[in-house]
Design a protein around this ligand. Sequence first.
Ligand code: B12
Length: 407
Amino acid sequence: MHNIGIKIGINEMIEKVKEVGADALGMSGLLVKSTIIMRDNLLELNEQGLSDIPVLLGGAALTRSYVEQDLRKIYDGRVLYGKDAFEGLSTLDKLMDIKKSGVDDPDFGRKVGERRIPRREKVEVDPSTLPARSPEVETDNTVFTPPFLGSKVVKGIGIDEIAEYINETALYRNQWQYRPNAGETDEDFKSRIRPILRQQLSDAKASGVLVPQLVYGYFPVNADGDDLVVYTDDTRATEQTRFHYPRQKVAPFMCISDFFRSVESGEPDYAAFHIVTMGQPVSEKAAELFAANKYQDYLELHGIGVEMAEALAEYWHHRIRTEWGFVEEDGPTIAGLFRQQYRGGRYSWGYPACPDLEDNARVAELLEAGRIGIEVSEETGWQYQPEQTTSAIICHHPKSKYFVARD
Ligand code: B12
């Protein structure tokens, strides 16, 4: 296998396919934007007459029905979905059998599969018929005054402090792909895997491969319909930026801007924002391990980088609630925090309440994230560099919990 890295253009992929005489080409997509790029890449392969190369597709953002329905319709060759690494392997086995035996299975990777979940009809709603704000979000909630206005850079946070907020289920099962043994309880399962986590954390502390850094801040804001206006200072005379949020087209017609006092109310309100990162070295080191075929080491390090980034976001959200004055409303356990047992909410762009990934760039500009080496642009599909980075808006309104604004 030849891993040619991330953000690789189709022509570079084609060169490598030719150079090594590849049996198949695999692409993985993290963000929805990458699924559009995959589609374009398949069209380009058709265009260049290279559709005899089977293509395997997978990654967090892809669904089986997208690959087997939509993409199979446009690709002249075979295109196969890999739910996980195991499915990818068995697919490759089958491809190699076909190649070696010379006995073709013409439908394999080509027949358009049954759509298992019928596509929901999109509700076309005239936006002018929607209520101006959700009737379920009250406007007499307490507005907490933040400890400061503007943004700050924070570096040198202790690895152990962050690790307390690691979601062990996500790390052990989703990233590291461990499963409980037959009859093993969840607690026994976690206790069995925890030594690997401890070892990884102590190695990371010794090598300095994890470099946690963040930018965060509090800003004066007001809602202007479905927009959230961010002001330069508390005089609210000058608009610094504005975020547009989609409104639900069905009851309760929620929109993130509803969680803030409106411009017309003349009352002050505030939002917090943060961007956290685990730094570039963990991506580089993980890529090195992968290239050296040290797959288990790669999986462990990559997984720890990924889940430490999530943990830092969770930890700093906790810190913000503390500074902002409502942390005593937190639920009793850290596991409860993963189920939003706290006052308010944290929304990352690209998630269903605020799907627009372009706003990753807006928040990076607001927080001057370049100060900690974070880059984001249309070229990268609005994905942050380094990879283990995530951003969010934090609201204090008690009704601000996850919801789906648009599908
Ligand atoms: C962990 C995680 C993160 C981590 C790490 C991300 C990373 N680079 O690994 C952090 C916290 C950094 C993160 C950040 C963000 N994330 Co995130 N994240 C996730 C999460 C929860 C899990 C992804 C994951 O690591 N899965 C485990 C790995 C092992 O699985 P996998 O990638 O799917 O790969 C498996 C299979 O698909 C298969 N596979 C993978 N590739 C291939 C390829 C082939 C050829 C084959 C055959 C098989 C195959 O094998 C793998 C192993 O089994 C997903 C949601 C989800 N449940 O999937 C969201 C998700 C990917 N994130 C999302 C978003 C929006 C973001 C952010 C943009 C949020 C923000 N504004 O900050 C940022 C972007 C980061 C950036 N650099 O720009 C969205 C993307 C949707 C979209 N709109 O595009 C998702 C889908 C969540 C959602 N909305 O439901 N995220």
